[in-house]
Design a protein around this ligand. Structure first.
Ligand code: HAM
Length: 423
């Protein structure tokens, strides 16, 4: 026998209900985003490595430690996308999408980060993202947050999701805060954990969300971003909060929230849950007014978010929220010798006139064997159309999950019959 292969570390096969749950979560976001007028954009899985180095930031963990980078046969350095925002901005610039139009876009698909895998953290995971270009805000920031809130409700998990909010202010105020933080932390550098010490020279803001207790203690006595905001940044943040209040959207302000990607200005937010252990973050986003320029475009206001579908699916499962399975509703048993086009017409009619899933038995076999397969398929009914039945212009309907007697139903009334039965 040849060698069997296991799946690569951090990658997953998702089977049956796990796959269905992923689609269900994706669809909840996609449907809601469409209802808000967001339009789909499909972006490549591979981008030039430099796009993320410039866009997301060299000093971020995502770029410095987690990217899958390859050289293609032509010698170009390409990266599997670790996130969608930089690609989305690149696409908007390349396709002149802002000419006379302010696009609001959504995307869904796999992202890749070489992280240490554990429950809720994978090397290939799925995001749904939304990005709005050309809006000064904070109306659009509020709308983006509202979309999330609507979907948590729809999925029945709202009570387990909290929203954290902060502002990083304008680039100038952020820079002043950064300097103050460096000035404060440098004399205490020997007390910082190794990761934070590293970040002091590369990405000092990230020290704020260090999990190390001692570092946290030091940081808690240090400068606070709110003291470094210019009046325009304060006004923006106050305005955002009053718009959220007006919509009844609950949030907690957290002045330590900085996010892991470098492009943010003003608004930053994260949706968290306490039901998934260490992998708390279900999604996050914010405003990134400087990214278009960094990537060679015209200065453009922008804001967006992305959610982690894998984690939301886990939470949904933990809450024991049900999803409709992909199993067929009706399993059509096909006795040998039956004039097949009649049976085909019956199935075609059912598929066209109802929303039921109609699965046809394949490969022949005795009635008993076919019925066993019908049972295993998870279908609710077996439809039996032998010569005898068809001659009488009926089919037999057998309940597979309920103790009820088989009945004959007229072929003409079959769609109505199933529609009445289906709740
Ligand atoms: P992010 O916070 O890096 O933001 O990722 C968004 C979400 O993706 C996270 O909250 C998490 O749920 C999920 N996620 C991240 N890494 C993993 C992983 N290894 N395994 C499973 N799930 C994961 C962004 O990516 C930004 N592009 C969001 C954004 C859009 N900001 C503005 N526009």
């Amino acid at each position: 026998m040849n060698e069997r292969y296991s799946v690569a570390r951090g990658m997953r096969d998702m089977l049956a209900v796990d796959a269905t749950r992923m689609s269900f979560v994706e669809q909840a976001f996609i449907t809601t985003l469409r209802q808000y007028g967001y339009e789909e954009i499909r972006l490549p899985l591979l981008e030039k490595t430099e796009l993320f180095q410039r866009g997301v930031g060299e000093a971020t963990d995502v770029v410095s430690k987690e990217m899958y980078i390859m050289e293609d046969r032509g010698g170009d350095s390409l990266a599997l996308r670790p996130e969608g925002t930089a690609s989305c901005v690149r696409a908007a610039i390349n396709n002149s999408m802002l000419r006379g139009n302010n696009p609001r876009l959504w995307y869904v698909g796999p992202m890749y980060r070489y992280e240490r895998p554990q429950k809720g953290r994978y090397r290939e995971f799925t995001q749904v993202g939304a990005e709005a270009f050309g809006y000064t805000g904070p109306d659009v920031d509020t709308e983006l947050i509202e979309v999330g809130t609507v979907v948590w409700e729809q999925l029945g998990i709202a009570e387990h999701v909290t929203l954290e909010l902060n502002t990083l202010g304008s680039p100038a105020s952020r820079m002043r805060f950064r300097e103050a933080l460096i000035d404060y932390l440098t004399p205490q550098r020997e007390f910082l954990d190794p990761d934070s010490l590293n970040r002091l020279s590369t990405n000092p803001l990230r020290i704020l969300d260090s999990k190390n207790e001692r570092t946290q203690q030091i940081v808690s006595q240090g400068p606070n971003i709110s003291d470094y905001l210019d009046s325009e940044s304060v006004e923006f943040f106050v305005d955002l909060q009053s718009q959220l209040d007006a919509r009844g959207i609950a949030y907690q302000c957290n002045d330590r929230l900085v996010r892991g990607l470098d492009y943010y200005t003003h608004t930053v937010f994260e949706w968290n849950t306490d039901k998934l252990g260490a992998q708390k973050q279900l999604g996050g986003g914010g405003r990134y007014d400087g990214l278009f320029e960094i990537l060679g475009g015209e200065p453009t206001h922008a804001a967006g978010f992305a959610v982690g579908v894998d984690r939301i699916a886990l939470l949904h499962e933990n809450c024991e929220a049900s999803v409709e399975s992909d199993a067929a509703d009706i399993y059509v048993v096909t006795p040998i010798g039956v004039f097949d086009t009649r049976l085909d017409a019956i199935m075609k009619g059912l598929r066209a006139r109802t929303t039921l899933r109609v699965k046809r038995h394949m490969g022949g076999g005795r009635l008993k064997v076919q019925l066993r397969q019908a049972d295993r398929s998870g279908a609710r009914w077996a439809l039996i159309a032998g010569d005898q039945e068809l001659q009488k212009n009926v089919v037999g309907v057998k309940w597979l999950r309920e103790a009820r007697d088989q009945v004959d139903v007229s072929i003409d009334a079959l769609a109505e019959f199933f529609e009445q039965q289906h709740d």
